[in-house]
Design a protein around this ligand. Structure first.
Ligand SMILES: NC(=O)c1ccc[n+]([C@@H]2O[C@H](COP(=O)([O-])OP(=O)(O)OC[C@H]3O[C@@H](n4cnc5c(N)ncnc54)[C@H](OP(=O)(O)O)[C@@H]3O)[C@@H](O)[C@H]2O)c1
Length: 258
């Protein structure tokens, strides 16, 4: 794989590209949060409600390398309702993870205020990883009762689900230091609005969807002064597919209007 940035450009073995991300120590009240997404060149984050067909096999390998750095992988309930998700890493990564002080497999977290989840999905039955359902106080008790044999249920917020409170509980009660969010666009919008994103990995797949499709973030437009500035950390290239890593900086505070 070709590294295009930082310069000088150089050839890098695929499995070394995101092997050790050197993520910083997290803040005390939440995990360090990275987001990994793939889109087409025209911005489609799903094709016929599926993300899986967008990226190449190389993208899927890089996704697992990024996961290998994380304590937990988090998705929104909409993603699990739309497609089958396996947030694990290959067994070959497990020894290295343990040497780095991580569990052999990342914790699998699904965010759902309603707790209305597709319990038939293999996500809820795989013996390879532990699961957490991050939900809110409005989730009906009978749904939580059905979930509890399959996953740890964490209720966050008072009155309504509170994502920031949920991340605080992941950090302080479950010891999640490095959290990898993997979409979808609704959860991404909530993370962005709550200023909970630290890094973004974005794969630009060399194709045009050509129609209406969800983009990376599906939420209300942020006012300009709350849009974070992104700092480019690296760019890699293989077979016309681009792999970008950004640091999410603080919001740009525009000067007050005259
Ligand atoms: N291109 C990519 O890299 C990529 C990655 C992942 C997914 N996708 C695609 O994205 C689509 C799904 O995305 P989506 O936007 O529909 O769903 P989503 O973001 O996966 O999940 C949205 C759901 O998560 C829960 N949730 C998330 N944040 C919340 C908050 N702050 N407060 C309350 N609830 C919250 C809610 O669940 P409840 O409704 O249960 O309360 C909400 O309906 C699929 O087609 C999938 O293929 C693409």
């Amino acid at each position: 794989m070709q590294r295009l940035y930082p310069l000088p450009s150089t050839e890098v073995p695929l499995d070394q590209v995101y092997r050790d991300l050197g993520w910083p120590e997290p803040p005390p009240d939440r995990p360090f949060v990275a987001l990994n997404m793939v889109t087409t060149v025209d911005g489609a984050a799903a094709l016929d409600h599926q993300a899986q067909p967008i990226g190449s096999a190389t993208d899927h390998r890089l996704m697992r390398c990024i996961r290998a750095n994380a304590d937990a992988v988090m998705i929104g309930a909409g993603t699990l309702r739309a497609e089958s998700v396996d947030p694990s890493v290959p067994a070959a990564f497990e020894v290295e993870r343990v040497q780095r002080g991580l569990q052999p497999q990342p914790l699998a977290i699904v965010v759902s205020a309603s707790a209305e989840l597709p319990l038939q999905r293999s996500f809820f039955h795989s013996p390879r990883f532990q699961r957490v359902v991050l939900t809110g106080p409005e989730a009906p008790e009978d749904r939580l009762r059905r979930l509890r044999p399959l996953a740890q249920v964490v209720v966050a917020g008072t009155g309504a689900f509170d994502l920031a409170a949920g991340l605080r509980r992941l950090r302080q009660q479950l010891g999640v230091r490095w959290l990898l969010a993997e979409g979808g666009p609704t959860l991404n919008a909530a993370l962005l609005a709550a200023e909970l994103l630290d890094e973004l990995f974005w794969t630009v797949a060399p194709r045009l969807a050509g129609g209406q499709a969800p983009t990376m973030v599906a939420g209300p437009l942020l006012p300009a002064e709350r849009q974070p500035r992104l700092i480019l950390r690296s760019v890699h290239l293989q077979d016309s597919e681009l792999y970008l890593r950004y640091q999410v900086g603080s919001a740009h505070h525009a000067p007050p209007a005259e």
